[in-house]
Design a protein around this ligand. Structure first.
Ligand code: XIL
Length: 381
């Protein structure tokens, strides 16, 4: 393919992609991971407690990974100038025990990025999901103490920084810390064991340590639905405004941008970017995809749809309008990066979220790795 996505936007912003670790692995490494997943899955099923109000949960058994090279790898190497690990840099994959780190996944991606002259970001240092269980425990059947957890978190951030600070251009320091219920910090009742044990100042502390660990990287507070839910957008505004007033070194708001074919309108995206820019912060788009489904709730998911020409053209038009908006803010030196959450539709997390097993078509390349109309349209911008 002679048409290169990132080159088309190089005067405006970097164009990045989240890379699933398996596309970089060989068959033996994939098989080993599959066996581990099977074991985790059995464990998960055994311990699963449904949340109140959730419909019956359908477990999807892990399936063996495809063999051989996948189209995603070549596309990752050629179409993007910024990479991020879809899962490999999350704490549960790296921080295996109080003094035990596994850097296999991050190293594999960094090597690939270097070979292809690409920048790399780190997702993510602190998140209520995909954190290791042991970190919240005292090893005697109880909860870790505040001091213990704080020390572990600081040790983690410092260790990761010591290894990667010169290679990572930007870091999602804290991910998804705003509650969808009241738009203030997510607490213990809302699944944040970080808040539960450390209290509300864990966010400030994580940024202060991250600044020490990654002195030259951009430090990002990342969240979803900021461009969709006005209350949450304002909640983030209050949080970062307070952080700036306290001298906490946050410099960028990350908009995940998991959106759909209808919502939000471009005008809401503009409002969101402008709100954070008004504080002097930069904005990046960290996890963009455009789902075919306008989900209202878990119990009545939209019927499975055809990804026909009408849909693909509509999606292309929507991608183009939004990227056009991104260009306008890049010109004003506000928007810096746009990262897609995946490469081909075959590999997208949306095939299992929010409805397990319902496939989606949210990205720029189809299941076979062929460019969709959205890709072609972006190259015309
Ligand atoms: C998702 C990955 O894409 C999945 O493979 C994984 O099973 C769960 O996490 N917001 C985030 C990302 O910040 O880390 C999530 O990634 C998607 C939502």
């Amino acid at each position: 393919m002679s048409k290169i996505l990132y080159e088309n936007f190089k005067d405006y912003f970097r164009v990045g992609a989240a890379v699933s670790g398996i596309i970089l692995m060989n068959d033996a490494e994939r098989e080993e991971l599959f066996q581990k997943r099977k074991a985790w899955f059995e464990e998960f099923k055994k311990n699963f407690k449904p949340q109140p109000g959730m419909p019956e949960f359908k477990f999807t058994e892990p399936e063996p990974f495809p063999k051989g090279e996948m189209p995603d790898k070549q596309l990752a190497a050629t179409q993007f100038n910024l990479l991020v690990a879809e899962n490999e840099c999350k704490m549960s994959n790296v921080y295996r025990g109080p003094d035990q780190f596994d850097f296999t996944g991050p190293d594999r991606l960094l090597k690939f990025a270097r070979e292809n002259n690409q920048d790399m970001r780190w997702h993510t240092l602190v998140w209520h999901n995909q954190s290791p269980k042991w970190i919240f425990e005292d090893g005697k059947g109880g909860k870790a103490s505040k001091e213990q957890l704080e020390e572990r978190l600081k040790h983690y951030i410092m260790t990761v920084g010591a290894r990667y600070k010169d290679d990572i251009c930007s870091v999602d320091v804290v991910n998804e810390c705003i509650s969808d219920k009241n738009f203030i910090l997510r607490d213990g009742a809302d699944r944040s064991q970080w808040f539960d044990i450390l209290g509300p100042d864990y966010v400030d502390k994580a940024f202060i340590w991250a600044k020490e660990a990654f002195p030259n990287s951009s430090l990002v507070l990342n969240d979803y639905n900021l461009e969709i839910i006005e209350g949450k957008r304002q909640g983030m505004y209050k949080l970062v405004k307070g952080m700036l007033e306290r001298g906490v070194p946050v410099d960028t708001v990350g908009l995940q941008m998991h959106i759909n074919i209808q919502n939000p309108p471009v005008s809401e995206i503009e409002k969101t970017i402008e709100l954070y820019a008004s504080l002097g912060l930069k904005v990046i788009v960290t996890e963009m995809d455009i789902s075919a489904y306008v989900d209202k709730d878990f119990e009545h998911p939209d019927p499975r749809r055809e990804y026909d020409k009408a849909f693909l053209d509509e999606q292309a038009e929507r991608y183009a309008q939004i990227f056009d908006c991104f260009k306008r803010y890049a010109k004003q030196d506000i928007l810096k990066d746009v990262i897609l959450w995946g490469i081909t539709d075959r590999m997208t997390w949306k095939n299992n979220f929010p409805v397990p097993g319902r496939t989606d078509s949210p990205l720029l390349f189809d299941n076979e790795g062929k460019p969709k109309p959205a890709f072609d349209k972006l190259l015309e911008l």
